[in-house]
Design a protein around this ligand. Structure first.
Ligand SMILES: [Zn+2]
Length: 203
């Protein structure tokens, strides 16, 4: 059985590792094939995959090629190397494997924004659910009574009971605005059940 091409240790296996570079229009994939022990093979795999995570994305086609190169390395070469036992009998110093791909700067630079986006989407959904129906977003119907917590023409309307001493205005039927009435802002008339009033009249 042939030993590792880099250090001469046993056991070694044939692996193929790729690195991809995107350069806006052109792109380049470097393929390295060799018989390597686990230590040397992981060193090559980690370096080339990490380089790809940094330089692979910068092109229209490259953007789509890069994930395949990274996953191909991980499930191909890396998986095969991990199946090998610890090497022995090196006649030259083995290559230095260094840190795992995920613990290097390129992976962190790429994965941190992805993780933030993945976390932000459910957070926004939850915030949206709990803030829905808050002040200022309430839809009004004709006949509702409201109080304006701002000064006209600002509108910060709160729906209150018509018998309440807080009630200041009543929402009118559509197209029945008088000279003393105020036109409602659109956000108060969207999605209201029934026919929304478009004006409020002082009580
Ligand atoms: Zn080796």
């Amino acid at each position: 059985m042939p030993g590792c091409e880099a250090c001469g240790a046993q056991p070694a296996t044939a692996v193929t590792v790729r690195a991809h570079q995107g350069m806006v229009i052109i792109m380049r994939t470097v393929t390295r094939r060799g018989v390597l022990c686990r230590t040397c093979g992981l060193a090559v795999y980690r370096q080339m995959t990490s380089d790809t995570l940094l330089t692979g994305w910068w092109g229209l086609f490259s953007f789509f090629v890069t994930p395949f190169v990274v996953l191909g390395n991980a499930f191909g070469a890396r998986a095969a190397l991990h199946r090998l036992p610890e090497p022995y009998g090196a006649v030259r110093p083995p290559l230095h494997p260094g840190r795992r791909v995920l613990r290097r700067a390129p992976a962190m630079l790429i994965l941190t924004p992805i993780a933030l986006v993945a976390l932000a989407i459910p957070t926004l959904v939850v915030v949206g659910l709990f803030s829905g129906g808050g002040e200022g977003s309430v839809a009004l119907s004709a006949g509702d009574c409201v109080r304006n917590e701002a000064d006209w023409p600002e509108q910060q309307l709160r729906k209150v009971g018509c018998g309440s001493p807080l009630a200041e205005y009543r929402v009118l039927e559509e197209a029945s605005c008088g000279p003393r009435d105020y036109l409602l802002r659109a956000e108060y008339t969207i999605g209201a059940p029934g026919r929304p009033g478009s004006c409020v009249t002082p009580l």
